[in-house]
Structures are given as structure tokens and as C-alpha cells.
Design a protein around this ligand. Structure first.
Ligand code: NAP
Length: 289
């Protein structure tokens, strides 16, 4: 058996639970973590009924003590730690100028520093057992900027850069590092955040823009691909004999990656604004100036 920790498993439609189930079905001892363990009761029940090894643990990834406790529990129970799936993430919407300062920091803490801390806590265990895999669920927002999601993009770009560098540091210890870069998947993540009142200030020049961003991102996710594709990709990264640095699940992510690499920065900017239906907003702002 191999042991995997998966973070951010609170929601039945989210990647975390699907990844947990997929890894458990593949024979992993899975530790599914979430801030409120009561929300994992159905998941734990499912694992028990299926006769699989799936344990739910309470875990706020922004708490370093809890990151270490979760690793200790997994290692105590199974004597191993083979895979860590850094899946936790929060959405962010709003033009940078209008974002609340505490929101900026909250996003970076949740999406970036928490994964850094959990990874740093896992590395000594993996090193001493002679190998392991660190996976980060990033986003295509970690490959290209999206207007109105600058801090979310910054957090995902940061993870991408970290992962690329870390992979070279840890290869000699048999520890691989991979990122999974989803585009739009129907997990309901952004729909949960349509009340973005805590994110940005209202009554600014960005109001119409911010509303457009919130609705277009939520719509994109609602009409997005099947989240199981992401779970299957995580399984691939967790089990491949030669894991890749980057994985592009489904159809949207490879298409975006291909389009981005075929365009200049200037062409890409026009393309993105058009795709998001923001060209008219840009035009209107120019006229109002
Ligand atoms: N859905 C997409 O289209 C898409 C696209 C690209 C990338 N992603 C990435 O995929 C990952 C999973 O997202 P999802 O779409 O599956 O949505 P999700 O179900 O909302 O997943 C986010 C998870 O993170 C948890 N979380 C937030 N802050 C936490 C903290 N401090 N400690 C522990 N858990 C915390 C949430 O728990 P609570 O319920 O307690 O808040 C939730 O379980 C995220 O990293 C996201 O950025 C998603």
C-alpha cells in the first residue's frame, strides 16, 4: 500500500473528495483533510462501505501545527508518506486596486504559503524513506493572467514557479514534483464565492468590471468539464513511472496552453479580453476618460 494525503476535501463536488475516492479505489491509504471533519462524514462512510482505506482528518492548512499533525497521523498509521496532494485553494475576484488588503494576504496564505508549509513538513519524511511525490493543484490561471483575478493568478503562478524549482532540488532524493493545471471544471467552487463582498471595495470605477468577472468565472465553471478528469489526472501523476512536471487535465487546459504558446503577449491580451466578453468594457472606459 502507498499513503496519500489530500487537502481541501470538504465538498462532495470538489476535486478533493473525487481525488480521495480515486486514489482509495486505486489502493492508496488515503488521508482526506478538511477544516471541519463533520463535512467528511459521508466520505468516510463511503470508504468504509467500499472496504477502502480512507481516513478523514480535521486540518486547516494555514496552521503549521496542524500540517505537522496530519503528517504524523498518516505516518503513525501506515509508516509511510508517498503522495501529498496540495489541493486547497480559494477563489479571488476583483481588480487589484479595489481588493481589500486583508483579502490579498488571505489568498496568498491559503493558496501558496499553506502548500509551501505542508510540503516542507512532508519532505523530510519522504527523503528518509527514499522517495515520494508532491502534487500541487494549480490552475491555468498559473500559466496565464486573467483580468480581475490577479491575486488568484499570482498565487497559482507562485506555486508553478516553486514546483519547477523544487523538482530540481528533490530529484536526487527520489521525490518528484508535479502540478495539475485545470481550466474550467464544474465543482461549484466560484459559485460559492459569488458573494465576493469580502474581496473588494464597492462604489469604485471597477464595479461593472468586477461584476463581469464574478459572473463570467462562475458561468465558466458551471459549464465546465467533469471534475473526475482532474481526479484521474492526479492518479496518473501519483502512479506514473516517470511523472511529468505539468499535467493539463481535460480538453480546455491543453487548448488554452496551446493557444497561449502560439500568440504574442499582445495578441493574447486581446484574445483574453474578447473571450471574457470584456472588450466592450475596455472600450467604454477609454471613451469615459
Ligand atoms: N473548479 C475549477 O474549475 C478549478 C480550476 C482551476 C483550479 N482549481 C483549483 O482546484 C482546487 C480545488 O478547487 P475545487 O474547484 O475543487 O473547489 P472546492 O471544493 O471549493 O475546493 C477548495 C477546498 O479548499 C478548502 N479550503 C479553503 N481554505 C482552507 C483552509 N485554510 N484549510 C483547509 N481547507 C481549506 C475548502 O474548504 P472549505 O469548504 O472549508 O472552504 C475546499 O474544500 C483549488 O486549489 C482551486 O484553485 C479549480
Amino acid at each position: 500500500m502507498t499513503t496519500a494525503i489530500v487537502t481541501g476535501c470538504s465538498r462532495p463536488t470538489g476535486f478533493g473528495q473525487l481525488i480521495s475516492k480515486t486514489l482509495a479505489r486505486a489502493g492508496f491509504d488515503v488521508f482526506s483533510t478538511m477544516r471541519n471533519a463533520e463535512r467528511g462524514e459521508d466520505l468516510a462512510k463511503w470508504g468504509f462501505q467500499e472496504g477502502l482505506s480512507l481516513t478523514v482528518l480535521e486540518h486547516d492548512v494555514t496552521q503549521p501545527v496542524q500540517n505537522r499533525r496530519v503528517i504524523e497521523k498518516a505516518v503513525q498509521a501506515t509508516n509511510r508518506l508517498d503522495v501529498v496532494v496540495n489541493n486547497v485553494g480559494m477563489s479571488s475576484f476583483g481588480a487589484l486596486e479595489a481588493l481589500h488588503n486583508d483579502h490579498l494576504r488571505h489568498v496568498m496564505e491559503t493558496n501558496f504559503f499553506a502548500a509551501v508549509d505542508l510540503t516542507r513538513a512532508a519532505l523530510p519524511v519522504m527523503r528518509s524513506q527514499g522517495g515520494g511525490r508532491i502534487l500541487f493543484v494549480t490552475s491555468m490561471a498559473g500559466a496565464t493572467g486573467i483580468p480581475g483575478e490577479s491575486i488568484y493568478c499570482a498565487s497559482k503562478f507562485a506555486l508553478e514557479g516553486l514546483a519547477e524549482a523544487l523538482a530540481m532540488e528533490t530529484a536526487r532524493f527520489g521525490i518528484s514534483v508535479s502540478t495539475i493545471r485545470p481550466a474550467f471544471f464544474n465543482t461549484g467552487m466560484s459559485a460559492h464565492n459569488t458573494d465576493a463582498s469580502g474581496f473588494f471595495e464597492r462604489g469604485t470605477v471597477y464595479d461593472a468590471f468586477n461584476e463581469r468577472v464574478v459572473s463570467s468565472t462562475s458561468e465558466g465553471e458551471l459549464s465546465g468539464e467533469d471534475p473526475q478528469l482532474v481526479a484521474d489526472t492526479v492518479l496518473e501523476a501519483a502512479t506514473a513511472s516517470e511523472p511529468k512536471l505539468r499535467y493539463y487535465p481535460g480538453e480546455g487546459a491543453p487548448q488554452i496552453q496551446q493557444a497561449r504558446s502560439s500568440m504574442s503577449d499582445e495578441e493574447w491580451r486581446g484574445y483574453v479580453m474578447n473571450e471574457l466578453g470584456m472588450s466592450d468594457w475596455l472600450q467604454q472606459q477609454r471613451l469615459e476618460r
